[in-house]
Design a binder for this molecule. Structure first.
Ligand code: SF4
Ligand code: SF4
Length: 78
């Protein structure tokens, strides 16, 4: 395997893992208040189409600040 294909494969794996994130957001209950996005010290979350979404699960340190601040109990950190 060449170096280029190695990195390509690595990126693909990263994406798959990101989709299987340990951060679970119940978007049905999310009102898009953005509190979690602002509170996360590691810029893990973004506002996507008026609800919270995971932008970079690898940056998450599992501090659970987002869980604590969400007024609708939408976020679970596993
Ligand atoms: S657990 Fe902490 S680092 Fe992870 S998304 Fe929530 S606020 Fe950000
Ligand atoms: S704090 Fe809760 S309700 Fe507000 S954007 Fe984040 S997940 Fe949605």
């Amino acid at each position: 395997m060449g170096l280029r294909s190695f990195f390509k494969k690595d990126k693909k794996q990263e994406k798959t893992t990101d989709e299987d994130s340990h951060i679970d957001i119940n978007v049905d209950d999310c009102d898009g208040c953005e509190k979690c996005v602002i509170a996360c010290p590691n810029n893990v979350l973004i506002l996507d189409d008026e609800s919270s979404a995971v932008n970079n699960s690898f940056g998450c340190k599992r501090c659970k600040v987002c869980m604590a601040i969400c007024p609708n109990d939408c976020i679970t950190i596993n």
